[in-house]
Design a protein around this ligand. Sequence first.
Ligand code: ATP
Ligand code: MG
Length: 397
Amino acid sequence: MPTEFSEAIPIIQELAVAGYEAYFVGGSVRDVLLGKAINDVDIATSAYPKEVKSLFKRTVDVGIEHGTVLVLHEDQQYEITTFRTESQYQDFRRPDKVTFVRSLEEDLKRRDFTINALAMSEQGQIIDLFEGLKDIQEKCIRAVGQPSERFHEDALRMMRALRFSSQLDFLIEKNTLDAIKEHAALLQKISVERIYIELIKMMTSRQWKRGFRSFLETKCYEYCPNFSGRGKQLACFFQLKEETELSEPVFWVLLMHFFTLNAEKASSFLRDWKLSNHMIRLITHALAGLEFRLENSSNVDFLYQLGLEPLLVIEEVLALLGKPSSKQKVTDAYQALPIHSLQDLAVNGQAIMRVLDKKPGPWLGDLLKEIEQKVLHKELENSYEKIVNFIQECALI
Ligand code: ATP
Ligand code: MG
């Protein structure tokens, strides 16, 4: 048993002593069986949330209406969720009502795929009600129960199937895949935030091609924001030159490039996906820089204006497009710049006003820009004295 589990055993024992059942469940059990690193250890119990809270000293209500209490133990934290069934699915979204139950079986039944519906006891015994172990062995993603019903209950599960296919390098079982094909349109009911999480997990997995191929085949993409009718352009991803993991910004820049969107159009596209402002800025800067790099070789102004983060994204994108690129060269060239922002100048606006004894005005910004340009192009040394000499000379003219 891995240490993540053995460290959590006192929690399961505490629940057991109080007369409750408790098991490890979900992704962590699956990942242990696959010999993969565990993300987070989830525990399911027959104790109701109030009962869980009364047993442990340090708890946080993270989702008590769904039955989840966070228990802090030593320096770890564990999500403990009461066995539950989900009912009253409306509009193909998550249920608006969960019912707490005392039976593990009921809890496992509501889980999405057989490989995610395994439980593990304190002694390491696996409870496998839906042949999840066999599916792990056969590298297969299969819905628990009737796939159509399960996707009607929560359409996000279709995207989850695709992302697990990429993350685990598993195939989606035929009936499950057929049901995704049939019900892809239900994704329209799902919030973009939830789809986004699964899309990014799928595309940033090493085996992204596996899930992505099914994403195209099942037409799920047709029901993702701004993807409709763009299957051919999406298929450009299969022409990438290197078999490698994509980072999130690299994925989006490639996508914007294949969709032939300029920075402005890309920005509104990405806002529809609710990306953070930082991410949108990074992607649109890299996209604008990519177009420049495809037409010109780089230069000092280009390096300075973009900054290192987008520059490295561009080099990765170029490599994937089979164009000459070098992260090392770009990094070296960037590091060699005399300054990396206005803050690096040996003088600031205050100092200039003092030296020239002048009040602020538009002249100051113009002069700072001129100094910035000269220093950047090594026409002026970035030292206080040299710059002061320069501005005093300018004042004489
Ligand atoms: P990850 O490694 O990405 O955390 P995970 O399998 O733990 O993978 P979570 O989203 O953390 O995925 O969910 C934990 C467990 O809850 C899943 O393994 C599954 O049993 C169940 N689950 C999560 N989302 C759903 C859903 N939409 N429908 C049914 N069961 C779900
Ligand atoms: Mg998880």
